[in-house]
Design a protein around this ligand. Structure first.
Ligand code: EPZ
Length: 421
């Protein structure tokens, strides 16, 4: 398993290009199942999760071609040959469950393995099941697989979700595009990736309104046609790299960065004495003065502070002046980066879903273990500013969500290299 060697090397300066959003692409790709006509995505990120979704769609009979070094995905689901998403693919990537809604809508049936838990939590699918049953699906769990049927097709309904689940919102919106009648989804998630999905579905002929708010209304249509869609900028990669100059000093411009995608995050950076300015190419980030100030953070569904930036923010706060309290409200076990940061000299006290971070002057490099995607990149951020060498092991986690991380950070002056095992 490869590892990454990072050596603290002072301030970072220059530009980092931000890729298309992993979490948008992972819901846009299954949308191809809704139509017999081709769907082409541009600005796609080059990530292992995208390869996993490609394999899954191909296992269902879809054609998926990766063009222009992976930045264009040309897909066609004219002839689907299977409606089963196998455990060996789904267990590797929970987002595989996003084929459930489209398959049900297009084929009237779907067999999808339950993803099982992952490092950050149990990650059940009860909200997906309840919402699809509201549209008339019959779903039963057998041998670890969800067996879903909608023999007479799905029917529009009014449904309020108990929690604003991102994936459940995406599954329902996609399924409802081909349902008979109108669907009103209440307490829907508001993430930008859902807005991006709806913009793509609308290009395919879907009748949808309210995306980005808590109530989304979908008028079912008989069929959807093909389209070409550009994947929205990745707000989590953006936020991650905004923290590089915040932690190390210097000034970095994030190309393609958009303030509307990271509102709550930028508010917290401002409170931590980090300045973010819009430029004609994106967002420029630098420290306001010598030291970062402690801030309290609570993760919430969009537009609140994103859970996917909690680990990276903790890395910043390890060397902030004062005491910061981080509350993780979305997942039940998302502080696994804390003991690794502690190995680097951080002072972090974790109780349940709350982590209290007492800032220290500087972290010290150490060998550390990546446990999940966002934890792995928070360790790299910490290593960039630490004294000496940090070796981050198990970086396959990183490849799931960050393309060319070594090249992008080297480009702004970081001392970082990948060690092939
Ligand atoms: C999406 O996961 C993202 N993944 C996650 O990003 C992100 O952390 C999460 O949304 C929250 O923003 C993709 O978009 C591919 P949820 P998702 O359904 O859809 C519970 C990353 O690092 N829940 O909003 O699975 C669930 O257990 C990944 O890129 C139920 O209880 O998130 C969790 O505690 C990690 N029952 C909470 O809701 C359900 O049926 C949020 O889950 C569904 C979810």
């Amino acid at each position: 398993m490869d590892s990454i060697l990072v050596t603290g090397n002072g301030p970072l300066n220059g530009q980092i290009p931000i890729a298309g959003a992993k979490n948008a692409c992972l819901t846009l790709m299954p949308a191809t199942l809704l139509s017999e006509e081709p769907l082409t995505l541009t600005n796609a990120p080059r990530l292992s999760d995208i390869k996993t979704m490609t394999l899954l769609l191909q296992s269902l009979g879809a054609e998926v071609s990766s063009l222009q070094d992976g930045q264009v995905l040309a897909m066609s689901s004219h002839d689907l040959t299977s409606h089963t998403a196998d455990y060996d693919i789904v267990r590797k990537m929970r987002a595989s469950n996003l084929v459930l809604g489209p398959m049900l809508a297009r084929l009237g049936q779907a067999v999808v393995s339950l993803p099982g838990g992952c490092a950050i939590g149990a990650r059940p699918m009860d909200l997906h099941i309840e919402a699809l049953e509201a549209l008339g699906a019959q779903i039963e769990l057998k041998d670890g697989y969800l067996h879903a049927k909608a023999p007479g097709g799905l029917k529009g309904a009014v449904h309020e979700m108990r929690f604003a689940s991102v994936g459940a919102t995406e599954n329902i919106v996609m399924a409802a595009t081909l349902a008979k009648g109108t669907t009103v989804l209440k307490n829907a998630a508001r993430e930008p990736e859902i807005v991006d999905l709806v913009e793509c579905l609308r290009k395919m002929g879907a009748q949808i309104a309210g995306e980005g708010t808590s109530t989304i209304e979908i008028q079912g249509v008989d069929r959807l046609h093909g389209a070409t869609h550009q994947v929205v900028t990745d707000r989590i990669e953006l936020g991650t790299y905004m923290l590089a100059p915040a932690i190390c000093g210097g000034e970095v411009e994030l190309l393609g960065g958009r303030l509307d995608l990271v509102g709550a995050f930028v508010e917290k950076l401002d409170a931590a004495a980090i300045d973010v300015t819009e430029t004609d190419k994106g967002l420029k980030v630098r420290r306001r003065n010598g030291r970062v100030s402690a801030v309290n953070v609570t993760t919430e569904p969009f537009p609140g502070f994103p859970t996917d930036l909690q680990a990276q923010m903790m890395a910043l706060l390890c060397t902030a002046e004062g005491i910061s309290v981080l509350e993780e409200k979305i997942f039940e076990n998302r502080f696994m980066h804390a003991p690794e940061l502690t190995r680097m000299g951080a002072q972090i006290d974790v109780h349940g879903g709350t982590a209290t971070v007492t800032g220290v002057q500087r972290l010290k490099g150490a060998p550390v273990m990546a446990t999940d995607l966002r934890a792995s990149v928070s360790l790299i951020l910490a290593g960039l500013a630490a004294e000496g060498e940090t070796v981050v092991n198990r970086v396959y986690h990183l490849d799931r969500g960050y393309e060319h991380v070594v090249r992008k950070l080297e480009g702004v002056g970081a001392r970082i290299e990948r060690i092939k095992e």
